[in-house]
Design a protein around this ligand. Structure first.
Ligand code: BDR
Ligand code: CA
Length: 334
């Protein structure tokens, strides 16, 4: 089969780790490189974590360090490491992965993205799992090249609610200007927003995490262990048991968009970003039915709103832990 050419842009991050594990395992993807942006923790620990994931997966791709801060904070010596509370000091809860330093590239993430798209016009899909700073910088540097990206799958935003503020999701809240710049190419490039509306339709239960720990080998056990920290926060802040593995939803949908029904996706709608004030980071999506208001602006996004949680989890376990899959289905899946 012809493999799809993928760049993963990420700020690892516990849920980023699940997502990268799935993307690197899927045979239909040829992962060209992993570009890193600061977000959950600072750029350096995010790069270290990405190098650790590549090592754990024994993957044959390089890690490209990118932006250390949001667009309007670049060069001001202010780094962002905004979600330590959720992802822990290292970014991976209590887990420290051993980085493979030989996989760290000297090329900046933005240059790598542009070079790869230039060499493969119309073929590159970018999966973004963190703030959109690297993507926006690439667009600002060479917009025409970025218009030749095939698709973007972006975990971020939320139509009906937020998680960093009542109306804003973390990744887009962390750099709303970058999200704005990115969606400005959405008429030329298909951008699929995988936001909180869809990610919160999924959940890894306590049983799922237990099963990962005891039946899914070293990788499953590490994923489960890093999720403990995450899980405690879900309980503390949301009174929810288990975890929502946001970034994994973006990767699984990129692998198989049919995990969502047609009715679960707002196709070709207008999305605009709020960059300032109390609603900073909010995604305003003009979704149907639009008869009650005048639609404005370009149709620059597909917005995923729903997914089948069971199908999603089945797909993940089958892909990443095929040997444990039948036991998972028989004893755990609910
Ligand atoms: C997003 O924010 C980050 O903390 C997660 O890694 C995910 O990308 C969810 O809002
Ligand atoms: Ca992330």
């Amino acid at each position: 089969m012809d493999k799809r050419k993928i760049i993963i842009d990420t700020d690892p991050g516990i849920d980023d780790t699940y997502a990268i594990v799935a993307a690197l395992t899927y045979e239909g993807f040829d992962v060209q490189g992993i570009t890193v942006v600061a977000g959950n923790v600072g750029l350096e620990p995010c790069v270290t974590n990405a190098l650790g994931i590549v090592n754990m997966m024994d993957a044959d791709c390089l890690v490209y360090p990118g932006a250390p801060a949001a667009l309007n904070k670049l060069g001001k010596g202010e780094n962002f490491a905004l979600a330590k509370m959720i992802h822990g000091e290292s970014g991976l809860g209590t887990v420290q992965l051993k980085p493979d330093l030989s996989k760290k590239s000297e090329t900046h993430a933005v240059d790598f993205i542009l070079e790869t798209v230039r060499e493969n016009p119309g073929e590159i899909e970018i999966i973004t799992l963190g703030p959109l700073t690297n993507i926006a910088l690439a667009i600002q540097k060479d917009r025409e090249t970025m218009k030749k990206v095939k698709k973007i799958w972006s975990m971020g935003g939320g139509v009906r609610f937020g998680n960093r503020t009542p109306v804003a999701e973390f990744n887009y809240w962390a750099d709303p200007e970058a999200a704005k710049v990115t969606y400005e190419i959405g008429e030329d490039v298909e951008i699929n927003m995988v936001g909180l509306d869809v990610t919160h339709k999924t959940r890894f239960s306590l049983e799922d995490l237990f099963f990962l720990r005891v039946e899914c080998g070293e990788i499953g056990s590490l994923l489960s262990e890093m999720s403990n920290h995450y899980m405690e926060n879900y309980w503390k802040y949301m009174r929810m048991t288990g975890v929502v593995v946001h970034d994994l939803v973006a990767v699984m949908l990129a692998i198989d968009p049919d995990l969502s029904n047609e009715d679960d996706v707002f196709k070709r709608v207008n999305l605009s970003m709020v960059c300032e004030g109390i609603c900073k980071g909010q995604t305003v999506v003009q979704f149907p039915p639009t008869d009650i208001y005048e639609e404005e602006g370009p149709k620059n996004a597909n917005v995923y709103m729903g997914i089948d949680n069971i199908a999603f989890k089945k797909a993940f376990f089958k892909l990443c832990f095929p040997e444990a899959y039948s036991m998972y289905k028989k004893y755990i899946l609910k």
